[in-house]
Design a protein around this ligand. Structure first.
Ligand code: F6P
Length: 366
């Protein structure tokens, strides 16, 4: 059967992550094989607005499976609020009209929560879209997991392993800040995998006294080092109950927030003041987004990408390709856009952590 999609545009938007090139390759190879033309769009939605495109052939997506980042480039720009010549303009119509000029039947957008929303906006403006769930944060609704998460969790776990040896040599506590935006998946996953003694995530506002008590109990049992894995979005109970103290996590157009003190630094200081423990902190930052994808992410990206190819062949648009159980499935974009998947407080990983005596920042019942 001939493909229902003659031409696709493909772009990567938002923060990059390992597995993006593998996903582009999956979509493009599957599409090219069935006779669909593939147009690569540079630097996310900005490239669409500025009509910066390149025709992709099979050789262009060869040899990129293992490469980190995205060879198309990415940006956090959104069509409806785009900085243009010193002003913020709504460029939605330009984006749609450029897609039409390039005869794009469907725009394939690889990205996280922001991208799902922006793709939905373009769909509402009349463009057919199809999305893939990418982010180290694992916070996209409608899919069991996002690509990029496994690679990032592996990096953060290795970092915790390394912190363990130095913390134990010096009998210190080390606070390790892990990305994840407003969700705790990454800190929780890497914290459990790395055997962190305390894991603090945004979904469970922490009580510093409870944390200090746990650290002192470890000391009392002759465990002379501790690792505290803290999600960048973690907040104390006091902050959580006082909305004026709610912290912002820098992203998108909140760049000025970047000068904020890392949460790990603040918590390290608070612990040192409250307990007679020598404390250091490390903020892993963008290291967690770099380098080659894990085998699990390469497989996931390739599966999601090639499933996208199949859906394009059948003319199924305005969906996100998600992993549901064993299968990659088309999920209506309305069920995804605008939602954030955080760690439910009854998630089994939390119980797992508690059962190996990891402090989760507060007294919890399972
Ligand atoms: O969404 C991915 C992510 O790495 C978040 O974990 C983090 O909050 C944010 O992006 C950092 O954004 P930027 O790369 O724009 O500094």
């Amino acid at each position: 059967m001939v493909t229902k999609t003659k031409t696709i545009g493909i772009l990567t938007s938002g923060g990059d992550c390992p597995g993006l090139n593998a996903a582009i390759r999956g979509v493009a190879k599957a599409a090219l094989q069935q006779g669909t033309k593939v147009i690569g769009i540079q630097d996310g939605f900005r490239g669409l607005v500025e009509n910066r495109t390149m025709m992709l052939e099979d050789q262009d997506v060869s040899g990129i499976l293992t490469r980190g980042g995205t060879f198309l480039g990415s940006s956090r720009d959104k069509p409806h609020k785009m900085p243009m010549g010193g002003k913020i303009l709504d460029m939605t119509e330009v984006a749609v009209s450029n897609a039409r000029k390039n005869q794009i039947d469907c725009l394939v957008c690889l990205g996280g929560n922001g991208t799902q929303k922006n793709a939905m906006r373009l769909h509402e403006a009349g463009l057919d879209v199809l999305t893939l769930p990418k982010t180290i944060d694992n916070d996209v609704a409608g899919t069991d997991i996002t690509f990029g998460f496994d690679s990032s969790m592996a990096i953060a776990t290795e970092a915790i392993d390394r912190l363990h040896t130095t913390a134990s040599s010096h009998h210190r506590a080390i606070v390790c800040e892990i990305m994840g935006h407003k969700a705790g998946w990454l800190a929780l996953g890497a914290g459990i995998a790395g055997g962190a003694d305390v894991i603090l995530i945004p979904e469970i506002p922490y009580d510093l006294d409870h944390v200090v008590e746990h650290l002192m109990a470890r000391r009392h049992h002759n465990k002379r080092f501790s690792i505290i894995a803290i999600a960048e979005g973690a907040t104390s109970k006091t902050e959580a109950s006082d909305s004026s103290k709610k912290k912002k996590i820098p992203r998108d157009d909140e760049v000025e927030g970047l000068i904020e003190e890392p949460v790990a630094s603040r918590v390290a200081r608070e612990i040192q003041q409250a307990a007679d423990i020598e404390v250091r902190y490390t903020s892993l930052g963008h290291v967690q987004r770099g380098g080659s994808p894990t085998a699990t992410d390469r497989l996931l990206s390739t599966r999601l990408g090639t499933k996208a190819g199949e859906l394009l062949h059948d003319g199924v648009y305005n969906v996100m390709v998600g992993l549901r159980g064993e299968y990659c499935e088309a999920v209506p974009l309305e069920e995804v856009a605008g939602l954030t998947k955080v760690v439910p407080v009854n998630h089994p990983w939390l119980k797992t952590a508690a059962l190996v005596d990891t402090c989760l920042g507060d007294k919890l019942k399972f």
